[in-house]
Design a protein around this ligand. Structure first.
Ligand SMILES: *[C@@H]1O[C@H](CO)[C@@H](O)[C@H](O)[C@H]1NC(C)=O
Ligand SMILES: *[C@@H]1O[C@H](CO)[C@@H](O)[C@H](O)[C@H]1NC(C)=O
Ligand SMILES: *[C@@H]1O[C@H](CO)[C@@H](O)[C@H](O)[C@H]1NC(C)=O
Ligand SMILES: *[C@@H]1O[C@H](CO)[C@@H](O)[C@H](O)[C@H]1NC(C)=O
Ligand SMILES: [Zn+2]
Length: 801
């Protein structure tokens, strides 16, 4: 522990000098103040861009606070003693009468214990948010009880205590803590190599996944609430883990020596049993906290060296690849999405604490296999596709979006929870705005959309899958599941990515438009953000504090027109900033300064990468879903929208019209021509909803003028899958239609511009053999006649604030 304090002091000293410019008194008090706060050596601890502590950012009212408060109500009323029942059983401690196990996968079966970790993380985050004592009281109690369980189990190892019944087993190493016997972990390795199943004496179920959740929960208790007992418990667990993964199952009669790299590779490639979550993320942190190098070694034990790790370093996408077992003796042809995403969070942490670049490269490459190649518009990933209809939790084929939509599953919520962590962590190293665009999308759809809009405290009321098949309804509950556990976490940490800072304290990154107040104590700045985004497209920041600071404001990639920033009423910059970048405001700030951001939430459509007629309607980063059971030909809503567009190409003007708002202020729309109700994805009830619809545009039309020419498709050889999809020709002959390609070029400032675009697009379709020259001529003539028809009423001019 001595080492811990020295390291932290050095870090805060560096920070203090860099930012407070030599004010000795202030530096001294800074160092003193900082030394009391636990160092957060989690994501980004050594990165050029770093997070704030959760308690430095306070969420304001709005969508996220509503979702968060519902989850807090659940955490508040839940009897935390239920989490100790199974631990006490293994420790040989009595349980109070009438206290039941949590249930679900927390029922004494082979995954038991993981929710104890999630619950601790969630309590620690809930406490950090507003400092409500009840969460800390519950958490402190749990940590203390777990410490007692750990001691009781270790006492049996030392021959001091002897258990009976469920607690009669003797541990192989000291420090083990779990809701199940230590053997359920050790048997995954040699000589037994246990596989998934339900036999408590023989099988195993992701034992390191469960260990990870408990370790994580304890570390979070330390970081977020300064529970130093949690740090002691977690360090002992890590000491145990090192022996369990190096020396291994040494009391087994067939023991044959230390676990080898080959053994480890074999363990991690086995389906379900070998799932270890992000176990490798905690050990580099414990290494940094304790200075003990063996913990970094433990983290590297999890390298999936025979298959996924090496492939990711080489950027060889093997998420779905035939034949199975090459590479990887036990790898299946389709990898399980949520098994693998968190492994890369661990590789990130190894990189952060060791500086070995392979780990960063692997994480970045893997991330890009999923985004954009397998991400639905909601930020979800994974699902079935024709010919592979056995498990909606697995990755779909590369670039398969439209054929992976399934009504009974896909887009498992916890996978998005992990993808967001990965995007956030990569951003801290590479600052590419694309990471934040994908983060925002996952957050404002999959995460906010995962919590039911009810005040029920009967379970966490979160989703497991968020099916994307047309007319699917969401289902909420999930006591004891992976998604239930990560759900409790997601809804109690909404403030974590709103602001980030450069390591030297010279730059503040504003990543998300979320009402939240940053108290940047070390710099003497407070930044208060007020916004109702995404209900409306504007935000206001009020600064308290004086001094130089670069403020980087995110310009979302979805911005179409009208994004303006003003400081104290003065518009910044001559031109509208580039979407998908950050705009920098460098100045000497003073108390009372106000930054205002306007970012009109345009409506757009996005096409599935493999099937252009399969589309979603977007409102800023938010998917707009159609409500009700679809009535179209193959189970989708069929929508025809081009006839409602004017020259500005703005869907909001006629195609998708705003009809009002809900009581909570959520916008409601209807799709023209069909009267289908359309609303934001995050509205979470039980109605059947569709994210994707089919675009049916049979004829080339300009407003009400029908050219009589068919709106044919260009052959872009879609879909193009590397692994076959049953019944789908690949490469195929699908592609965007004439009108798709034309309207992608909107807005058109003048009618002449429009006719020019029609002409060049028609020419290119003639060159591609899609249209005859006669057809082109008809299209161009009709386009020229459509001036009045397409007049938006006012010319789209840049609007000033
Ligand atoms: C954190 O805990 C340590 C040890 O119990 C204590 O010395 C320190 O003051 C605490 N810090 C805060 C901010 O509560
Ligand atoms: C087995 O692993 C332990 C712990 O890492 C190590 O100290 C020991 O030297 C290893 N033994 C052999 C024979 O490699
Ligand atoms: C959707 O997934 C289920 C469950 O795996 C499967 O039975 C079904 O065939 C899939 N449906 C489609 C349309 O792919
Ligand atoms: C950011 O990432 C995107 C997507 O991978 C890439 O196209 C773009 O070039 C990157 N931008 C920078 C500045 O590196
Ligand atoms: Zn899950």
């Amino acid at each position: 522990m001595a080492r811990l304090n020295i390291r932290w002091l050095l870090r805060s000293a560096f920070f203090g000098i860099a930012t407070v410019v030599g004010s000795e008194a202030m530096f001294a008090s800074l160092a003193e103040a900082s030394s009391e706060v636990p160092p957060d050596v989690g994501p980004g601890a050594t990165a050029p861009v770093r997070p704030f502590r959760l308690d430095q950012v306070r969420l304001g009212g709005g969508l996220m606070q509503e979702k968060r408060d519902r989850m807090k109500a659940y955490l508040r009323q839940y009897d935390q003693r239920r989490f100790l029942v199974l631990f006490n059983n293994q420790a040989g401690r009595p349980n109070p009468e009438g206290v039941a196990v949590p249930g679900g996968w927390e029922d004494g079966g082979l995954l038991s214990g993981h929710w104890t970790g999630h619950f601790m993380t969630a309590l620690s985050q809930a406490y950090a948010d507003q400092g409500e004592e009840i969460f800390k009281t519950k958490l402190d109690w749990m940590v203390n009880e777990l410490a007692t369980c750990q001691d009781a189990i270790t006492a049996r190892f030392e021959g001091k205590g002897q258990g009976s019944g469920a607690a009669s087993w003797i541990p192989t190493y000291p420090g083990y803590l779990g809701a199940l016997p230590e053997d359920t972990v050790l048997r995954l390795g040699p000589p037994r190599f246990a596989v998934y199943g339900s036999d408590l004496n023989k099988n195993t179920w992701a034992p390191w996944y469960t260990q990870h959740k408990i370790l994580r929960g304890l570390l979070d208790a330390y970081y977020n609430t300064n529970n130093t007992q949690a740090l002691e418990v977690v360090t002992k667990m890590a000491d145990w883990a090192h022996l369990a993964l190096t020396v291994g199952d040494k009391n087994h009669p067939n023991y044959r020596g230390n676990i080898t790299r080959d053994d480890l590779n074999y363990m991690w490639d086995v389906y379900i049993a070998g799932e270890f979550g992000g176990a490798n993320e905690v050990f580099p942190e414990i290494y940094e906290l304790t200075g003990d190098a063996k913990h970094l070694e433990t983290a590297k034990c999890f390298d999936n060296r025979e298959s996924l790790f090496g492939a990711a370093v080489e950027d060889k996408d093997i998420l779905v690849v035939l034949p199975q077992n090459i590479p990887g003796r036990r790898r299946r042809e389709r990898l399980h999405a949520n098994t693998h995403v968190p492994q890369f969070l661990g590789y990130m942490r190894v990189y952060e604490q060791s500086g070995e670049r392979d780990y960063l490269d692997a994480a970045r490459n893997f991330y890009h296999w999923v985004f954009p190649h397998r991400e639905f518009a909601t930020g979800g990933t994974g699902g079935n596709y024709p010919g592979h209809e056995d498990n909606n939790e697995l990755f779909q084929n590369r670039d398969d979006i439209a054929y992976a939509l399934n009504k009974s599953g896909g887009a498992e919520t916890c996978t998005t929870y992990n993808m967001l962590k990965l995007a956030r962590n990569l951003f801290m190293h590479e600052h590419n705005a694309t990471y934040m665009d994908s983060y925002e999308r996952g957050l404002f759809n999959m995460i906010t959309g995962s919590r039911a809009d009810t005040n029920s405290v009967d379970g966490p009321q979160v989703t497991y899958f968020q099916p994307l098949g047309p007319g699917a309804a969401r289902d909420y509950d999930n006591i004891g599941t992976c998604c239930g556990g990560t759900g409790m976490e997601s809804h109690t940490k909404y403030q974590e990515t709103v602001y980030l800072r450069s390591a030297d304290g010279s730059t503040l990154w504003i990543n998300l438009y979320v009402p939240a107040t940053l108290d940047w104590e070390e710099k003497g700045f407070t930044v208060k953000q007020e916004t109702t985004f995404p209900r409306e497209g504007s935000s206001k920041f009020t600064i308290t504090g004086d001094g130089p600071l670069d403020v980087k404001l995110r310009v979302p990639a979805w911005v179409r027109k009208g994004f303006r920033v003003a400081v104290n009423g003065e518009t910044q910059g001559q031109q509208e900033p580039q979407p998908g970048t950050y705009l920098t405001l460098s100045r000497l700030w003073k108390t009372g300064d106000v930054i205002e951001v306007k970012m009109p939430l345009s409506i757009r459509v996005e096409r599935a990468r493999d099937r252009p007629d399969t589309q979603v309607i977007m409102w800023g980063p938010v998917v707009l879903q159609t409500v009700g059971q679809p009535t179209g030909a193959d189970g989708f809503w069929d929508l025809s929208l081009y006839r409602y567009l004017k020259r500005d190409g703005d869907y909001a003007q006629g195609a998708i019209k705003r009809t009002g708002s809900t009581v909570g202020g959520d916008p409601l729309f209807t799709a023209a021509g069909s009267d289908v109700a359309v609303r934001p994805y995050y509205v979470s009830d039980l109605q059947p909803v569709s994210s994707y619809f089919r675009r049916v545009e049979p004829a080339v039309v300009f407003g009400s003028i029908d050219t009589g020419v068919a709106n044919r498709k260009r052959n872009d050889r879609l879909p193009e899958y590397d692994v076959p999809v049953t019944g789908i020709e690949s490469p195929g002959s699908d592609g965007p239609t004439f009108l798709d390609v034309l309207w992608d070029q909107a807005p058109f400032v003048t009618h002449a511009d429009f006719v020019k675009a029609v002409t060049s697009t028609a020419d290119s379709f003639v060159a591609a053999g899609v249209y005859t020259t006669d057809e082109r001529d008809v299209i161009v003539v009709k386009a020229s006649e459509a001036e009045k028809e397409l007049n938006p009423g006012c010319t789209p001019r840049e609007r000033r604030m």
